[in-house]
Design a protein around this ligand. Structure first.
Ligand code: BG6
Length: 493
């Protein structure tokens, strides 16, 4: 969708290059870009770590990561060989022995674009950027990519942004939120702004409420330590869910230009009504899973997952009622919900339209599920609109909600790229439309911080819910208070 220029020779330097993100997402996505002709023949990938790996060791590890990736299926031997040939490893001890920086300098070409990808915890981003600057490695054609979480609150996020901003200009800074790289998320903009029929309905007059859900069956896996300090609020809501809310609620930008799009998203974040003090107890629910059964398998509770505190109060589930205080959305609740170890993997945005102002079909206005537009991000990407239709037959007039379905897999023969493929391609092309600007990230923290502070000040702990369930009872009370229901509860699937 964004304007892609031809790929240019680039040195892509990945700090944390042998770590989990690099192996699970970045290297397989780069392989796919290479396979599909999106990397310049001269582009190289330098993995930086403290591991002291040889290039051969790195290539073995990378080959296994590529072969094991679900989107690769069968690695094409000549493409894999070409891709592995682009890889090398450099050992840099950030903040320690400085010799690694000159090893890195020796490897980088002077006539190329440079992308420094920080796949590391945010606290060391600043030290890496200073190291790069001191070694004279930052050129006007350099870019830096930062991963979430960008800090753990507004103050720490500002610190990280200041430290990185001391070396890289904002225009060179790419803050990743991988949800923005998902096909359906970009399609949401197309759906809203390339079609004429939705816009007149897209406001409080015709929309009753919005539900944004990112439900996962996975637990915290090997990330218990991180999760104890993060929780779902920082891990999912501050970034992914709020970005989805922005794209759903924003005004039409003047163009598909990075600043125009990001300006509109920022206005949404700035219009969020603060959730503070008493209102947190009412409009925010946090949960933590206990042992249960997920899709037939017994799984331990959060506190029994290895690597964390036995008394942690980290939330693995959050449900919130947000309000956007502007003309378009006044009075329309946005229900946000995310959790681990839930019954299903399901990420979707549900727009629930209002009932008709006057029905000529008595008793049918409130049929469950009628008048919903569902934008499904995963597992099966698509758009799904339920409308009321007449049930065929000559007897009494009967109405039933029926779906109009657009399945991307069935409609488009081409494979949807992975979120990281899309975003890496944009970084290489120098297009930051789908990345978060500093003021957006900070506005999101400004809204999230008081909720976390209120939780920290409460004597209560997260409500428990059994793994494999639909989440804590509080989430049902939250939406049920106004007579509304979570979409999946009214809509048999
Ligand atoms: C990551 C979170 O950003 O997103 C994870 O840190 C979460 O906790 C993941 O599982 C979900 O991403 P996706 O693409 O699988 O929905």
């Amino acid at each position: 969708m964004s304007q892609q220029s031809a790929p240019r020779p680039t040195d892509l330097v990945v700090f944390g290059g042998t770590g989990d993100l690099s192996m699970r997402k970045l290297l397989p996505s780069l392989y796919l870009l290479d396979r599909d002709g999106h990397l310049d023949g001269e582009t190289r990938v330098v993995a930086v770590s403290r591991d002291g790996l040889s290039d051969a060791d790195l290539r073995d590890k990378a080959a296994a990561a590529v072969r094991g990736h679900h989107a690769v299926q069968v690695a094409e031997p000549d493409v894999l060989a070409r891709f592995l040939g682009r890889l090398s490893h450099v050992t840099v001890d950030v903040g320690g022995d400085p010799s690694g920086w000159s090893d890195l300098a020796d490897i980088l070409g002077s006539d190329r674009d440079r992308v420094f990808y920080l796949a590391v915890p945010p606290m060391i981003s600043g030290a890496i950027c200073r190291g790069l600057a001191d070694a004279g490695l930052v050129t006007p054609r350099s870019r830096v990519v930062m991963e979430k979480p960008l800090g753990r609150d507004l103050a720490s996020s500002q610190e990280v942004n200041d430290a990185v901003g001391a070396v890289f200009d904002e225009s060179q800074t790419y803050r990743i939120d991988h949800y923005l790289g998902k096909e359906t998320v970009q399609n949401l903009l197309v759906l809203r702004f390339a079609n004429v029929f939705l816009e007149p309905l897209w406001n409080s007059r015709w929309i009753d409420h919005v539900q944004i859900t990112a439900a996962e069956t996975v637990g915290v896996g090997g990330r218990r330590g991180y999760y104890d300090t993060s929780g779902a609020m920082r891990d999912m809501v501050q970034n992914h869910l709020l970005q989805l809310l922005c794209l759903t609620a924003m005004e039409p930008p003047a163009s598909y230009d990075r600043e125009a799009v990001r300006d509109e998203k920022l206005k949404v974040l700035q219009s969020l009504r603060p959730l503070t003090g008493e209102r947190v107890a009412e409009d925010a629910v946090r949960g933590q899973y206990v042992a249960g059964t997920v899709q037939g398998a017994e799984v331990p509770g959060y506190l029994d997952e290895p690597g964390g505190s036995a008394t942690s109060t980290a939330e693995t589930f959050v449900a919130l009622r947000a309000e956007i205080a502007n003309w378009r959305w006044a009075g329309v609740p946005f229900y946000l919900r995310t959790g681990k170890r839930l019954a299903h993997n399901r990420s979707e945005i549900v727009i629930r339209f209002r009932e008709v102002p006057h029905t000529i079909f008595p008793g049918t206005n409130t049929l469950p599920g009628a008048g919903s537009l569902v934008i499904r991000l995963q597992p099966d990407e698509g758009i799904h609109l339920t409308m009321l239709a007449k049930t065929p037959g000559a007897g009494a007039l009967r109405l039933r909600p029926v779906p109009l379905e657009l399945s991307f897999a069935n409609t488009f023969a081409t494979r949807s790229p992975e979120a990281y493929e899309r975003l890496l391609m944009d970084v290489l092309a120098g297009d930051s439309t789908l990345f978060m600007r500093r003021d957006e990230v900070e506005a999101a923290w400004r809204w999230v911080d008081p909720i976390i502070e209120a939780w920290n000040g409460q004597s209560t702990t997260p409500e428990t819910y059994p793994a494999g369930s639909a989440g804590p009872a509080g989430a049902h009370r939250l939406i049920g208070r106004t007579g509304r229901t979570w979409y999946e509860e009214e809509q048999p699937r």
